[in-house]
Ligand binder design. Structure first.
Ligand code: FAD
Length: 337
């Protein structure tokens, strides 16, 4: 009762990265609130997920295991989560802002009349004084996210409804196992008690998965290009630099919109969130929507003709100049060394 709850997404028998990040965050929130951390995983052949999930400090893991529950299906997954939340009454419920979380979260919150803050970038515990009601609320979840096109950072609270529900984007929070031998318990749910046959309206006949060969999120070095790169052809320079450094190429939305580079390389509020050891921003002005996806990088180098470009304010090293001159010099230098 009144615990912190994380919905764990299962991808091909593995716990999704975003869920592992949320388990880490969930554990720290539970510590602060002095309550338990609980989690749910729904799918098929879940025998091994317990040993993956519990070490994050999960006190109770609920498993709903049934052949028909894999892959994800909207109605049965919603039915199970809604019923479990009605029984367990969590004070906080977290999901990834993935395609699954974005489908499931609003349905669950609507069924529970709880509200939901989507795409949070930070979650902290705080308090709120309601002047009208002359009432102080303690231990509220501050759900923090960019709003109005990223022009403001909004803190959203939900004083009276439970659970306080939020989705969080992948890569925004760090994942870290608490204790490989953590003693949590597993509760196997009796699936027919949670979902009825009529919820299974979709039959998956065949699946075709297109796996991206790109690994921008996992790359230690990202060479990112913006509108200032100027053309698709000029982006070849960035690919060459990335290859020499053993990194990947990323991009701003303006570069993607201009057709210089594929959408799957976009970094920022509506793209990927990365935190590499080194981020080289080439011809990127550094608007807040772009920074939202890269400002946690360990080291940032900005290459820009404009010495006043906003990206320079968060860069560790600034190179003021034209990409067409600087990037070939870098390629030459790193090829030699
Ligand atoms: P510009 O702002 O046009 O900057 C180009 C830069 O290149 C300038 O600083 C210029 O000085 C420099 N330059 C020009 N020529 C050269 C040269 N030869 N050598 C070196 N430097 C040069 N943006 C994202 O990136 N990711 C997102 O996920 C994202 N999501 C968004 C979501 C919303 C709701 C909205 C409203 C916007 C979003 N944007 C996003 C867009 C964002 O606001 C900016 O428009 C975008 O990031 C700008 O891209 P840019 O820096 O490449 O282009």
């Amino acid at each position: 009762m009144n615990n912190v709850f994380v919905y764990c997404e299962i991808e091909d028998g593995q716990v999704a990265d975003v869920s592992q990040e949320l388990l880490t965050k969930g554990r720290s929130l539970a510590n602060e609130l002095k309550c338990n951390l609980e989690a749910i995983a729904i799918g098929h052949k879940l025998e091994n997920v317990g040993s993956e999930i519990i070490p994050y400090g999960v006190d109770t893991l609920y498993l709903a295991d049934d052949k028909r529950l894999s892959p994800y299906q909207t109605l049965p997954h919603t039915a199970i989560v809604v019923k479990l939340f009605q029984e367990q009454k969590p004070q906080i419920a977290l999901m990834g802002a993935s395609s699954i979380g974005r489908d499931l979260g609003p349905r669950v919150s609507s069924a529970l009349h709880s509200g939901l803050t989507a795409d949070c970038t930070s979650l902290v515990i705080g308090e709120h004084f309601d002047k009208k009601a002359n009432k102080n609320y303690e231990n509220l979840l501050y759900q923090i996210r960019p709003a109005f096109g990223g022009n403001i950072i909004a803190t959203i609270i939900n004083p009276d409804c439970r659970p306080q529900m939020a989705t969080v984007r992948e890569g925004v929070m760090k994942k870290s196992i608490l204790d490989p031998k953590y003693k949590g318990k597993i509760v196997n749910l009796e699936v027919p008690k949670y979902v009825s046959d009529t919820d299974f309206v979709v039959e998956v006949v065949e699946r075709h998965m297109e796996k991206s060969k790109l690994n921008i999120k996992g790359s230690p070095i990202v060479v990112a290009g913006g509108y200032g790169v100027g053309s698709k052809e000029n982006f070849r320079l960035l690919h060459e630099l990335a290859e020499v450094l053993g990194g990947e190429v990323g991009a701003s939305r303006a570069a993607v919109d201009a057709g210089y580079v594929e959408h799957e390389r976009q970094i920022g509020q509506t793209g990927l969130t990365v935190r590499p050891k080194l981020y080289i921003a080439c011809g990127i002005s550094g608007q807040i929507q772009h920074r939202a996806g890269m400002d946690q990088s360990a080291q940032i180098i900005a290459i820009n003709t404009d010495p006043e470009a906003p990206i320079n304010a968060i860069a560790d090293y600034v190179i003021t100049g034209d990409i067409a001159e600087i990037v070939p010099k870098m390629i030459k230098y790193y090829k030699k060394n």
